[in-house]
Design a binder for this molecule. Structure first.
Ligand SMILES: *Cc1c(COP(=O)(O)O)cnc(C)c1O
Length: 361
């Protein structure tokens, strides 16, 4: 048996005609930047999340960059961020000349609430929480701390489309949130895309202007902006796919439930789900001590696995200035995490095959 780590093909096969119809309509209409499909997707996604505003942007990284800038983060400010995340969470902080302040993760791989307050200084401007792997960070105490210190919270929800925390959707829990629509995300487009969502009209307006050369009115520029917009064709594809997101997430949850209930190997540490949360399993991450051997064993059985992520951010060459800092959990997780096959379209037989292989390891 050959089981890939992930594939979007089964999702797209199921909605092939509808998806191609939406793309063809954009081609026929001949408008490729902005227009009705972008407006419609922004409205539909905002409604799905339960927020007032959604602004399409070029990708998730730029969504974080524009959101931080709209929140007023400037050179010299400090931004608190989890030490265990994808590097796209921190690159925008650096790009703005602000300082990264790392906080170690909790047992759910999200920022440890108990370690945030000791890192707050009078320079702290924002906290970025990451709903890593598809599960929300512990938002209630985080928002309480942030309010008490008058700091804004940005949710990096790039891996958490449809995840909930106490009945509310990821993206509606902080002051501002960013999503990525990279093809492999739970809601992905057919290339790069992203959005920023918020209930704050001022921030929404500023993100929109920043992504449009710093301009609300053509040729009147009030900010030194960027070009970062969600393409019309991508928005049309996303609006079709959004209708199926809950169904696709439900299948991921079924696979995850089987992995959790049926993988019984003391060498493999399974992920934990926070109470009052629905996890959408962007990736299903286990930890093993002898990772290379484990991955090779599965590869020999035709099972593809990946690592999210193999090097802690503070150990990357791009962050030479942080290389001497020490974050034991981020470093440990970078050494031990392995992501199992997880996608809509995995059959029960394939799930059983993966489980048996792991139990026999
Ligand atoms: C994918 C991802 C991003 C970046 O999104 P892009 O659209 O690829 O730029 C940011 N943060 C996290 C946690 C991600 O997984």
């Amino acid at each position: 048996m050959k089981i890939p780590f992930a594939t979007v093909v089964p999702m797209h096969k199921e909605i092939e005609e509808e998806l191609k119809g939406a793309i063809n309509k954009v081609i026929d209409d001949g408008l490729f930047i902005g227009g009705d499909p972008v407006k419609k997707f922004e409205e539909d996604f905002a409604q799905y999340l339960g927020v007032n505003y959604c602004v399409g942007v070029g990708n998730g990284l730029e969504g974080i960059l524009l959101a931080l800038e709209a929140m007023g983060v400037q050179a010299g400010d400090e931004v608190i961020v989890p030490s265990h995340t994808f590097i796209a969470t921190t690159l925008p902080i650096s790009r703005l000349g602000a300082k990264i302040v790392f906080v170690e993760p909790d047992e759910f791989y999200t920022i440890d609430v108990n370690k945030i307050e000791e890192k707050i200084t009078d320079k702290t401007k924002a906290i970025i929480v990451v709903h890593l792997y598809g599960q929300c960070a512990n938002m209630e105490p985080i928002m309480e701390i942030a309010h008490r210190h008058n700091i804004k919270v940005l949710e990096d929800a790039a891996q958490a489309h449809g995840a909930t925390y106490k009945g509310r959707k990821a993206g509606s829990l902080g002051d501002v949130a960013e999503f990525s629509f990279y093809p492999g995300k739970n809601l992905g487009c057919l290339g790069d895309g992203g959005c920023v969502v918020t209930n704050d009209q001022e921030i929404a307006d500023k993100v929109r202007a920043l992504g449009n050369y710093g301009s609300f009115i053509k040729y009147k520029h009030i900010y030194k902006g960027y070009n970062s917009r969600l393409d019309t064709m991508q928005a049309a594809a996303l609006d079709v796919k959004l209708k199926y997101l809950d169904k696709w997430n439900k299948r991921r949850q079924e696979v995850a439930t089987r992995y959790i209930n049926e993988i019984k190997n003391p060498k493999v540490i399974l992920p934990k789900v926070r109470e009052d949360n629905t996890h959408v399993w962007h990736v299903f991450v286990v930890r093993v001590e002898n990772r290379e051997e484990f991955m090779k064993y599965l590869e020999d059985k035709g099972i593809q696995t990946l690592i999210h992520y193999p090097t802690a951010i503070h150990k990357q060459e791009a962050y030479k200035e942080l290389n001497n800092e020490v974050y034991p959990l981020a470093e440990k997780y970078a050494k031990e995490v392995v992501s199992l096959p997880m996608y809509y379209g995995l059959t029960e037989e394939e799930v059983s095959y993966v489980i048996d292989a792991i139990n026999n390891y």
